[in-house]
Design a protein around this ligand. Structure first.
Ligand SMILES: [Zn+2]
Length: 209
């Protein structure tokens, strides 16, 4: 299989036409949101429900009906919530580009730091969807966390810490006590380091059995 890549999304001299900002806490995000005064405010989000992955964006303008765009990507075996977050940003951009009488500044709010940070990258990577270690295998979150044989050693450390629960996607992705161990696993694989760097780690708590 040959994949054709454009080496960079834009020229190095291109100035980013927008600013991104990540608040340090949930409360700060709420507070900033309360004080937003932009005429046009756009929100984008993703959802994973009943094995389906979707993206949505909604544009609010003072005195007008909200406009909504939705996109169903497919199943959670083929797609990730992270992908859906980036698709939701594309939907937000589409809403803005089709809005009559744009006024600036306008704001887009999203609850995903990874999607925000990736918007600042100007390079592309090969095999975005395929696992770099397993021929012809799509690199789903499930494959990366639970299946890929390349990370067996790292996964063993996760199993020692969390026991049998280390094989449950739901446990790994939703239980607070699992998150520090999950982050440790992700950092030790170095799989996401080229895009996001090291994830910060708070000290793992021993799981309740
Ligand atoms: Zn693999």
């Amino acid at each position: 299989m040959i994949e054709t890549l454009i080496p960079a999304r834009c020229s190095p001299s291109t100035k980013c036409p927008y600013k991104t900002h990540i608040t340090v806490s949930r409360d700060e995000a709420k507070n900033e949101h309360m004080h937003l005064t932009d005429q046009i405010q756009v929100y984008s989000d993703s959802s994973g429900l009943d094995g389906k992955i979707g993206a949505v964006a909604i544009l609010f303008r003072a005195g007008a009906h909200p406009r909504v765009l939705k996109y169903h990507l497919g199943t959670d075996k083929e797609h990730t919530l992270y992908e859906a977050e980036t698709v939701s940003l594309t939907l937000a951009a589409k809403l803005i580009s089709t809005e009559r009488h744009l006024s600036f500044p306008l704001s887009i709010s999203i609850d995903n730091q990874a999607a925000l940070k990736s918007s600042e990258n100007t390079y592309t990577m090969s095999g975005t969807m395929l696992c770099p270690h397993c021929p012809q295998v799509i690199e789903t979150v499930h494959h990366f966390l639970l299946e890929c044989r390349h990370y067996r050693a790292e996964r063993r450390i996760l199993s020692v810490a969390l026991g049998r629960q280390a094989t449950s996607m739901q446990y790994l992705l939703t239980c607070e006590e699992a998150i520090p161990h999950l982050i440790q696993f992700i950092n030790s694989t170095k799989r996401l380091a080229p895009i996001f760097g090291e994830f910060r780690l708070s000290k793992p708590k021993p799981p309740e059995r």
